[in-house]
Design a binder for this molecule. Structure first.
Ligand code: PLP
Length: 364
């Protein structure tokens, strides 16, 4: 079977490095908010070219903490895409704010600036931009739009580790960037983990306080915070896995390139190619097909796993049916949700497996 992710086929070298890292933590006798986390925070901040990185429990908390650090709360509106992981929007609700759902550009499945403009009101405090599937596009326009409207730009970078736009990394454009290190992400831990990036000292201090019960110094709680800390075990694993990230990303790009060149079928459509090789890290390789069910069955019959990211748009999820949305509707997102399919695109895939995927798609 060719899987969407296949961690069991990772190299012995990486596996034993992770085992040694966990031993290092056990031997240290210190498990939460220690040296491993400081090292990883410094490393990820340096990698992404930002001043501060704050390790938190997961990607969703990173978004909530970013919003709360910016003072976004009840009565404030945050515009985001309806074509995203549920966690993106749940984080807005958890911060006490109101999500406003905008549509996508069908060519990329990314948030549409025209739709965002239609969603802006005098309550709008931020755009939460999701770098869906690993794509970072049009960042100068997003920065301009948010500056012009005096609203914050927060980036959901859960799928975009190492993605760059004009030399700058995802998470370094807005006031804050939120990363997830969930195991399946391009840089993943062996459990939940997340991180918030910012160049702003105030946001840094506030989020360090919020992640730790709202504690400013021992036993002083000026805020009602969360318990959301990236523990030493996961930080040590991430310190090892980060050494492989560039190579793994390169392999994802090679696979994507092979698909772009090799897949040729009248019923299979590709998303628009990225402008530069830096600006898409292929967390997911997504195609669209109007005969999706038959296509997925065809792939499964040939032992190739496919998945859907995402089959249900946020405004059709039960708790969000009444959510505020683009007055012109969210038709492109609905169409994408009905037709999108993710093909296997992970760094452990062999050349033979890539060829098998291409031939199987083309024989549909
Ligand atoms: C786009 C997006 N945002 C946010 C999240 C939430 O991350 P986590 O699972 O670490 O909370 C995810 C992960 O599923 C995601 O894909």
């Amino acid at each position: 079977m060719i899987f969407i992710n296949d961690f069991k086929s990772e190299s012995e070298e990486l596996r034993s490095a992770m085992v040694n890292a966990t031993k290092r933590v056990i031997d240290s006798g210190w498990y939460v908010l220690g040296k491993e986390l400081i090292s990883f925070e410094e490393q990820w901040a340096k990698t992404c070219g930002v001043k501060h990185a704050i390790g938190v429990g997961n990607g969703m908390d990173a978004i909530e903490i970013a919003l709360r650090s910016l003072g976004i709360t009840q009565g404030d509106e945050v515009i985001t895409t309806t074509m995203t992981a549920f966690a993106t929007v749940l984080a807005i609700y958890r911060a006490g704010a109101t999500p406003v759902l905008a549509d996508i550009d069908p060519a990329t499945a990314l948030l549409s600036p025209e739709s965002v403009e239609r969603c802006i009101s005098n309550k709008t405090k931020a755009v939460l931009l999701v770098h869906l599937y690993g794509q970072v596009r049009n960042m100068s326009s997003w920065v301009d739009l948010c500056n012009k409207r005096s609203i914050y730009l927060i980036e959901d970078c859960a799928q975009a580790h190492l993605a760059k736009y004009q030399g700058k990394f995802a998470g370094s454009f807005g006031q804050a960037g939120a990363y997830s290190f969930y195991p399946t992400k391009n840089l993943g831990a062996l459990g939940d983990a997340g991180m918030l990036l910012t160049n702003d000292k105030f946001i840094e201090e506030k989020s360090r306080c919020l992640r730790n019960y709202g504690q400013s110094k021992r036993y002083h709680h000026p805020e009602l915070g969360l318990n959301s800390r990236l523990d030493e075990m996961q930080a040590s694993i991430l310190m090892e896995r980060i050494k492989w990230l560039e190579g793994f990303t390169q392999r994802r790009k090679e696979i994507a390139h092979a698909y772009q060149v090799g897949i040729n079928h009248p019923l299979i459509n590709m998303l628009k190619e990225p402008e530069t090789s830096d600006s898409h890290v292929y967390h997911l390789f997504v195609i669209t097909c109007t005969e999706r069910e038959a296509f997925m069955s065809h792939m499964k019959a040939q032992e190739i796993q496919t998945l859907i990211h995402y089959p249900i748009v946020i405004h059709q999820q039960e708790p969000c049916r009444a959510a505020k949305q683009d007055p012109q509707g969210l038709a492109y997102s609905e169409q994408h949700a009905a037709t999108c399919v993710s093909l296997p695109c992970h760094p452990q895939m062999s050349d033979k497996e890539i060829e098998t995927v291409i031939n199987t798609v083309n024989s549909f």
